[in-house]
Design a protein around this ligand. Structure first.
Ligand code: IMP
Length: 190
């Protein structure tokens, strides 16, 4: 049976709702400056990045024409593919040729998902540009071959801990928590 995390399972809040919203506002302001003479085509990687992307687009200047599309990717790790295989579960609705694409991700961990997304799924479709905005990054978890992957806009570098909230899930739960938290070790052991 899947255990469902609740407030009593939280070890600590890593980022409060206020800290998150402050960072989102900063990222939106920077993106607004960098794209002031362009249009932005925002691609949200579901499901984890939905909360972040929805907040972020509200902080981008209304003077910048902005369109949106979505993808669902999943990174499976099992005994046959211990390094992980990334699957495309939902593709874009619209073409991206010639567009300035801004990918919005929740977290970059090993880098498998981001590498596959950018190099195998997006660049072959000939966008004008692709930049990446990720709310979180775990630099110590990046595998060697993906060390070079660029995150153009980043919320926070975090330690190597499993985090939940603000879109990030534990077995589909906790995505609605407005803060980012680390769960108690005992929770995973029970
Ligand atoms: P990567 O392919 O190893 O970089 O993994 C990226 C994906 O793994 C993210 O988009 C998340 O869906 C998931 N993920 C990685 N770390 C965490 C975490 O700490 N909490 C929840 N999901 C995570």
């Amino acid at each position: 049976m899947v255990r469902i995390p609740t407030a009593k399972d939280i070890e600590r809040e890593l980022y409060t709702e206020a800290e998150i919203q402050q960072k989102v506002a900063e990222l939106g302001a920077q993106i607004s400056v960098d794209y002031s003479d362009k249009r932005i085509h925002v691609i949200t990687i579901l499901k984890g990045a939905d909360a972040f992307a929805n907040d972020l687009v509200h902080k981008i200047s209304l003077n910048i024409p902005l369109s949106r599309d979505y993808m669902i990717l999943s990174h499976f790790k099992d005994e046959f593919a211990p390094s992980g295989k990334v699957n495309l579960l939902l593709d874009l609705k619209y073409g991206i040729k010639g567009r300035d694409v801004l990918v919005v991700e929740d977290i970059v961990d090993s880098g498998h998902t981001l590498n596959y997304l950018v190099n195998s799924l997006l660049l072959p479709r000939e966008p004008n540009s692709v930049r990446v905005c990720s709310f979180l990054n775990k630099p110590t978890k990046r595998v060697k071959e993906f060390k070079h992957l660029k995150i153009d806009y980043l919320g926070f570098d975090i330690e190597d801990a499993f985090v939940v909230g603000y879109g990030l899930d534990y077995r589909q739960y906790c995505r609605n928590w407005p803060f980012i938290a680390v769960l108690k070790e005992e929770f995973y052991k029970k």
